[in-house]
Design a protein around this ligand. Structure first.
Ligand code: OSB
Ligand code: MG
Length: 370
């Protein structure tokens, strides 16, 4: 297929409610939507960087810069027979994974649409439905978070993840266990808020039977995590530390984690996400799909990815209503049963994109190509 035209839109979409982690508080989603055109068909991608560089080094500005000056010019007018070629084309670029993923995922959607198959099918997915979990942010008090947990437990989410930070950890987990019992599939995400000096405190989490503790230590570490994992019964899951297939292999071989969170943006797209999935399957490491407060486009890429067989743990792939009053896809992504999303069977991402809604939130737009 020839890539005839590429359009970039920078969107500012209002979140239903602010979302707080150990590193940032967000009240809107600032992202780039990429539309890739071929023969009258359109593939869509969505960037996952935030406005400020506190999750990783990228920002929405750097994503736009990379797309405008490097990625879009390299792809416009090019003939691509498979999206893996896009991943290979951009492999010489150092990092900027979220910028690359925004355009690479659009080509995956376009490719599946041109083949007349679902994105899940194009990726080799095997599930028709996926069990999903929810990620719950930090609030002013433990009671606030417990109330939020209750709301999502009622919606049947299959796994609850709560954000923790120093001073807002053990008491929170204790309160959730007390209120919902030991049967609730529960995990915590620290977003790198702890250090090796906190080992005694992190060990205090062991008796609570958590499914895992996500990214307790530094974003760029896999050495200390291995030492910490030897001290903990609770499995460590890595998020921020895994950018490449080699990172995943190193972490597995060092024993830095027993579970990996795969985020499409963080690893530079669906081709790399699938490679990491395959490696983890081979090495007996379960994976789950992480989220970055995606709108429907990124969310549907996550749903398709989650249909691969080794995504055995419910991910942060919740319904549109988790973050959005209104979504950019039609219909919005909704639970088909409590805690379950259907994997779309229509071509590509499987839902229509509402360009009017996109345009309503667009603050900057750029088109290259005919
Ligand atoms: O670490 O997984 C994370 C949100 C912003 C930044 C980092 C993370 C998160 C989440 C939200 O946990 C997951 C979601 O999109 O539901
Ligand atoms: Mg995380």
């Amino acid at each position: 297929m020839r890539i005839d035209q590429i359009t970039l839109r920078r969107l500012q979409a209002p979140l239903k409610a602010p979302f707080e982690t150990s590193f940032i508080r967000m009240d809107k989603k600032d992202c780039v939507i990429v539309s890739v055109y071929s023969d009258g068909m359109i593939g869509y991608g969505e960037s996952t960087a935030f406005s400020a560089p506190y999750y990783n080094e990228e920002t929405t500005d750097t994503v736009w810069h990379m797309l405008e000056h490097y990625l879009v010019p390299a792809l416009t007018g090019r003939v691509v027979s498979h999206p893996d070629e896009v991943s290979a084309l951009f492999a010489p670029i150092r990092r900027h994974h979220m910028a690359i993923a925004a355009i690479e995922t659009a080509v995956w959607d376009l490719y599946a649409k041109r083949q007349g198959i679902s994105l899940s099918h194009a990726l080799g997915g095997t599930k028709q439905e996926i069990d999903v979990g929810v990620s719950i942010g930090i609030e002013p008090t433990v009671e606030h978070v417990v109330a939020n947990v209750e709301r999502f437990v009622e919606q049947g989410y299959k796994r609850i993840k709560v954000k923790i930070k120093p001073g807002f950890d053990i008491r929170l987990v204790e309160a959730i266990r007390k209120r919902f019992g030991d049967g609730l599939p529960l995990m915590v995400d620290a977003n790198s808020a702890y250090t090796m000096a906190d080992i005694p405190l992190l060990k205090e989490l062991d008796p609570y039977g958590l499914m895992m503790i996500e990214q307790p230590l530094a974003h760029d570490d896999i050495i200390d995590h291995a030492a910490l994992q030897r001290e903990l019964r609770t499995p460590i899951c890595l998020d921020e530390s895994i950018h490449t297939l080699a990172d995943a292999r190193h972490a597995i071989e060092l024993g830095s984690c027993r579970i990996i969170n795969i985020k499409v943006g963080r690893v530079g797209g669906l081709t790399n996400a699938r490679k990491i999935h395959d490696l983890c399957l081979e090495r007996g490491i379960p994976v789950w799909c992480g989220g970055m407060l995606e709108l429907g486009i990124g969310r549907l890429h996550n749903v398709a990815l989650s249909s691969l067989s080794n995504f055995t743990i419910p991910g942060d792939v919740s319904a549109s209503s988790r973050f959005w009053e209104q979504d950019v896809v039609e219909p919005a992504i909704d639970l088909v049963r409590p805690g379950v999303l259907a994997v779309p069977t229509g071509a590509g991402i499987g839902h229509a994109v509402c360009e009017r809604t996109l345009d309503g939130w667009t603050v900057n737009k750029l088109t290259q190509g005919a």
